[in-house]
Design a protein around this ligand. Structure first.
Ligand code: PMP
Length: 286
């Protein structure tokens, strides 16, 4: 049984609880982070901690935990649950003031709820899916306008994942005003020659922690990076495509809406970026 962390306590998962009035539960009034673990160490903890602060700030929510303590909790959960490869899920909500109201409760008297748990994923880095590549469909992006805040409002991305599954595919890319925004739980890229094209940062997409690292490594490896919008039609004609996320790293995309990219197998650039990313991030893990 897992040991989880709730509001300052380490508990067996069956003994952990939060209020039915918690605003995370009633209103999706909460934010989250997912940090991967390789070799028993945290990948890019710093990036996730910085984005967490930003998400909380944007929602005028107090941060209930210091960065040093947050690191300690992550490490303790890795230790207690003996995680070699896996994920640490963290969620902070605006808490509960014992009732339901649209107005935010007084932050002086209502403390945020903090929950962390581990997901053991042996073989996370050596994934067969990454060797095969992902098949994706395109769907309309009907999410709200502040996708840069990592909120727990994941119903539409979850529905998008189900639409993909029903179509016999792995994931979906979302399209707004004719241009790809991002994947249901990842950032989206296409490759043309030596050039990597991905949508620029704005409120329209999540500012991926993996995106930042991968673009840095790509530039260091003398690849050209163009941050601009692209359409599904352009993607279908690209040499390669891929996604990035903290839980799947760099994932090649081999098919878009039934159209195979290149020869329908992972190309040259995405697998290379995956390798660089994993090597470099393992070295920097804490
Ligand atoms: N976009 C969305 C919508 C996501 O949910 C995620 C993963 N949570 C990402 C992008 C990738 O972000 P990261 O690299 O920080 O995991």
């Amino acid at each position: 049984m897992r040991t989880v962390y709730v509001n300052g306590e380490y508990l067996p998962e069956t003994e952990a609880s939060i209020s039915i009035f918690d605003r995370g539960f009633l209103m999706a009034d909460g934010v989250y982070e997912v940090t991967s673990v390789l070799d028993g160490k945290l990948i890019d903890f710093d990036g996730h901690a910085v984005r967490l602060s930003r998400s909380l700030n944007e929602l005028e929510m107090n941060n209930p935990i210091s960065k040093a303590d947050l690191l300690e909790v992550h490490r303790e959960l890795v230790r207690l649950n003996e995680i070699e490869e896996g994920l640490i899920y963290l969620q902070i909500t605006r808490g509960s003031d014992g009732d339901r109201d649209f107005a935010f409760p007084d932050p002086e008297t209502t403390v945020p709820t903090i929950v962390l748990f581990t997901q053991n994923k042996p073989g996370l880095a050596d994934s067969p899916a990454a060797k095969r590549g992902a098949k994706i469909i395109s769907i309309d992006d009907i999410r709200w306008g502040r996708r840069d805040i990592k909120t727990v409002q994941l119903l539409y991305p979850s529905m998008g994942k189900m639409m993909a599954k029903k179509a016999g595919c792995d994931d979906a890319w979302m399209v707004e005003d004719g241009f790809v925004t991002e994947g249901t739980s990842n950032n989206a890229y296409i490759v043309k020659g030596n050039k990597i094209i991905t949508r620029a940062l704005s409120n329209d997409i999540l500012h991926g922690i993996t995106r930042a690292a991968v673009l840095r490594f790509a530039r260091e490896a003398q690849m050209e990076v163009e941050e601009r919008n692209f359409t599904i039609d352009e993607a279908k004609q690209a040499d390669e495509a891929f996604t990035t996320s903290a839980s799947a790293f760099v994932m090649p995309v081999v098919e878009i809406d039934g159209v195979a990219l290149g020869d329908g197998a992972p190309g040259r650039v995405a697998p290379r970026l995956r390798e660089i990313y994993l090597d470099e991030m393992r070295k920097a893990a804490i």
